[in-house]
Design a protein around this ligand. Structure first.
Ligand code: NAP
Ligand code: ZN
Length: 336
């Protein structure tokens, strides 16, 4: 079996270096994918920096993968060599727990991340359980679809599961990789969409992506004026904030949903939660079936990631731009 070649982090915060590994014999339930594109999600940076304390070095990051099936294990029936597929955060699950039986594999306590203790998509190939490789609709270009495999599903699921509809008022906090896709899905669900951003230069693009309103959150009192306004506030940022004004900005029964991962624990007054019957929640990715639905919705509604394309060899340059919040709006690496 030929070796897989990629770019790996060898220590916390280090630049990625060329790296090869031997994938061994192909597992009967696995597919091997020859990678054409891989998005750079901010979670890759958290893993490279060991922000979550679970990184094992060396490892190849990357979990927004699109490519072509190059080999199928002996038990694989659903996919064929040559098919274009995508892989997101998840590479495996136990298959026998309650969540797996319900088709909610993303909630499996033994879920395997593609690049957590394994090697991911900044490479020429990757292997995953076939169940986690989903066909990509023809209408979606690989460059613009790769970021949907993690960023897209992560924002689609909480909007869909919160029942966002034409009567809803939705705020998206942080117009980065996840946030710029969230604006598009919230608009497709028919909601009035407000973009919350620290970067005023993003206003015109946020509006072009579907936002009806744009709020510069660095402006004093910007949030106070919006008290009682939103049914759902979806936050995609990876920074610490005072979340109390965000709770105040919810309507009665409104939800503050976290998908971005702030570094510190949050502190909240509970009276606004009790009095308005407001709630807090979090949400991870989605199941393979959710992924297929989300991709179909994206294809039918013209939803795509706005991308900056880099050759795979320039992953470090792209990561440096992401760290400075300069990427508009998702960096994607390509082997083509
Ligand atoms: P990203 O492209 O870097 O976007 C994050 C955005 O947050 C930035 O563009 C910026 O938007 C805003 N921001 C950055 N620093 C800020 C600060 N100090 N104060 C306020 N806003 C700030 O990152 P991403 O790829 O979208 O990922 C975002 C987060 O989601 C990460 O923590 C990632 O690990 C997490 N994530 C979670 C899941 C899940 O399953 N729940 C899946 C994927 C990613 P503005 O310029 O508009 O302010
Ligand atoms: Zn991700």
């Amino acid at each position: 079996m030929p070796q897989i070649q990629g770019l790996a982090a060898h220590a916390a915060g280090a630049e990625l270096l060329s790296y090869k590994y031997d994938p061994g014999d192909l597992h009967p339930d696995d597919v091997e994918i020859s990678i054409t594109h891989c998005g750079i999600c901010h979670s890759d940076l958290h893993l490279i920096d060991n922000d979550w304390g679970n990184s094992q070095y060396p490892f190849i990051p990357g979990h927004e993968i699109i490519g072509t099936v190059s080999a199928v294990g002996s038990e694989v029936r659903l996919l064929q060599v040559g098919q274009r597929v995508g892989v997101g955060w998840q590479a495996g699950c136990c298959g026998i727990c309650e969540s797996c039986f319900k088709g909610e594999e993303q909630l499996c306590s033994k879920m395997q991340g593609v690049c957590v203790g394994r090697n991911g998509g900044y490479a020429d190939a990757v292997r995953v359980r076939a169940r986690f490789a989903v066909p990509i609709p023809e209408a979606l270009a690989s460059e613009n679809a790769a970021p949907l495999l993690c960023g897209g599903i992560t924002v689609y699921s909480p909007l869909r599961n919160s029942g966002v509809n034409p009567a809803s008022r939705v705020a998206i906090v942080g117009i980065g990789g996840l946030g710029h896709i969230a604006v598009q899905f919230a608009r497709a669900f028919g909601a009035e969409v407000t973009a919350f951003s620290t970067t005023p230069e993003k206003e015109a693009e946020a509006r072009a992506l579907g936002a009806h309103n744009f709020v510069n959150t660095r402006e004093h009192d910007a949030l106070k004026k919006l008290a009682g306004n939103f049914d759902v506030i979806l936050t995609t940022i990876n920074a610490d904030l005072d979340w109390n004004p965000y709770i105040q900005a919810l309507r009665p029964k409104g939800k503050l949903m976290f998908v971005g991962v702030p570094p510190s624990a949050i502190t909240l007054g509970v009276f606004p939660l009790i009095a308005g019957q407001r709630s807090l929640g979090g949400s991870p990715i989605g199941s393979p079936s959710d992924l297929s639905e989300m991709l179909d919705v994206a294809a039918r509604h013209g939803i795509k990631a706005q991308t900056e394309l880099y050759p795979m060899s320039q992953a470090n340059e792209a990561i440096a731009r992401l760290k400075k919040n300069l990427v508009r709006y998702r960096a994607v690496l390509t082997n083509q």
